[in-house]
Design a protein around this ligand. Structure first.
Ligand SMILES: *Cc1c(COP(=O)(O)O)cnc(C)c1O
Length: 453
């Protein structure tokens, strides 16, 4: 059990024993860490009892607020009944029920659920399935993947290979497998100064050219539908997503939707692909799948891909992949409870109101002198800070402007996490209109204070 002395020792032990993700530990060790001790609804509480609004849904995953009684109860009941059992050679009730529920919700054509435990593993699995699918079909040439410039698909080797980020991954370059990149519309729009319609047309032309030229060697295209999250919240028009899907179909290339960040209501529909009325061949789910409370992920596959793996054992067509905690019953039970709440709370209707509101109120932030851009889709917002907004000249990296903003916001009772100098707002779907207005007002005030405008 954890005792009260453990809580008082926590800061010291953190500095003595822990290594934090995506954190310059020298900087971390020089600072007094904020210890989050409990959470309730849309709020986090530190060890001193201070309350903070969870402005990025605990890194993009919380859906219905923290400690939702229905989810807590589902976890408790499941933990007392069957905590864990393997999916290798056995099955369990929550994993089965959830699979059926996910397939009923997912775009038509997706028929099979393969579980894992993080977004990155869901991506690895999709890549391996796509890669092997072509081999099983007798096409040995299709071994390469194509992805969008700046896309992020997780931090394991395969996910990094398709989602390469210069800042995060350059030191691993020799370890990564080669993949092709295409430029999404924003690259033409912002860096080549094209008008929105021209940028869309150029991006689709480029995609059509690169995909058809390389069709014989391309296994699949992977894309974060509608919003490239970790790239800095870069959205693309629905027409671009539809165009990519069509080009993949035309060239027989598998279409892999990475809905790890955008899935489960974030963009205004349960899955972002719905807005483009497209059905991917493979879909990766994570983050919000469990309501944001337990590590769970899933890769959804079409029946055609699934069937390619069927055969006699001795043909070795089995998909030889699995993780110890695949299909964990407690995580699946939490996920089922979360899906129930979407229905009981009429979440997607509430979202319409929230999205309309946030779309209007972020305009104030857009007007600030050191804000180069505000990009929003659903309840995902990226606010790009720049020294010179008009020319998009960034602040020097060592000014740490994104970090300054989140530290100031923290003093005002809001927890955020930036992407460089892009301030991200991604509140839980359970946010109220008042909370949303408060969040945006405080962030506006904070940006003004930090940028001196
Ligand atoms: C967060 C994220 C991942 C990786 O998920 P993890 O659970 O952190 O491994 C993959 N793809 C996208 C689009 C993400 O936002």
């Amino acid at each position: 059990m954890i005792s009260s002395t453990d809580i008082s020792n926590c800061k010291q032990w953190d500095h003595a024993y822990l290594w934090h993700p995506f954190t310059q530990m020298r900087e971390w060790l020089a600072e007094d860490p904020l210890v989050i001790e409990r959470a309730e609804g849309n709020y986090l509480f530190d060890s001193q009892g201070n309350r903070y609004f969870d402005g990025v849904s605990s890194l993009w995953c919380n859906v219905h607020g923290h400690a939702r009684p229905e989810i807590v109860e589902a976890i408790q009941q499941q933990a007392g009944k069957l905590d864990h059992s393997t999916m290798l050679g056995l099955t369990n009730v929550p994993a089965t029920v959830l699979a059926k529920r996910l397939i009923e919700l997912a775009p038509k054509g997706l028929r099979r659920v393969f579980y894992s435990d993080s977004g990155a593993t869901a991506v690895e699995i999709a890549l391996k399935m796509a890669f092997e699918y072509w081999k099983l079909c007798g096409d040995t040439q299709r071994t390469t993947f194509v992805s969008l410039e700046g896309s992020y698909h997780g931090d394991t080797i395969g996910a990094m290979s398709v989602g390469y980020s210069e800042a995060f991954h350059s030191r691993y370059r020799e370890l990564l497998f080669p993949a092709l990149r295409i430029n999404p519309p924003h690259v033409f729009r912002y860096y080549k100064k094209e008008a929105p319609e021209t940028a869309l047309a150029l991006a689709l032309d480029e995609a059509a050219r690169i995909l058809s030229e390389n069709r014989k060697r391309l296994a699949g295209l992977i894309v974060e539908p509608l919003m490239q999250g970790a790239a800095g919240m870069w959205n693309h028009p629905i027409e671009y997503l539809q165009g990519l899907h069509r080009i993949c179909k035309d060239n027989g290339i598998l279409f892999i939707a990475d809905e790890v960040a955008v899935g489960f209501g974030r963009t205004g529909t349960i899955f972002a692909c719905e807005q483009a009325a497209i059905s991917p061949d493979l879909m990766c789910l994570g983050k919000g799948i469990s309501g944001g409370v337990l590590p769970l992920a899933a890769t959804l596959a079409s029946e055609e891909i699934f069937e390619a793996f069927l055969g006699d054992y001795s043909e070795y067509k089995t998909f030889f992949h699995g993780h110890t905690y695949t299909g964990n019953p407690i995580a699946c039970a939490a996920s089922i409870a979360s899906l129930d709440i979407f229905v009981t709370d009429n979440v997607m209707n509430r979202m319409k109101v929230l999205i309309k509101e946030i779309h209007e109120i972020v305009d104030g932030i857009r007007q600030l002198p050191h804000v180069a851009d505000v990009r929003q889709w659903g309840l995902m917002v990226g606010i790009e800070l720049a020294q010179d907004a008009a020319s998009r000249r960034p602040y020097p990296a060592d000014r740490r402007m994104g970090k300054q903003v989140i530290l100031e916001a923290r003093k005002r009772g809001i927890i955020l996490r930036p992407l460089g100098d892009v301030v991200v707002l991604m509140p839980p779907l359970s946010t109220t209109l008042d909370e949303l207005n408060h969040l945006v007002a405080v962030v506006q005030e904070t940006i003004q204070a930090v940028t001196g405008s």
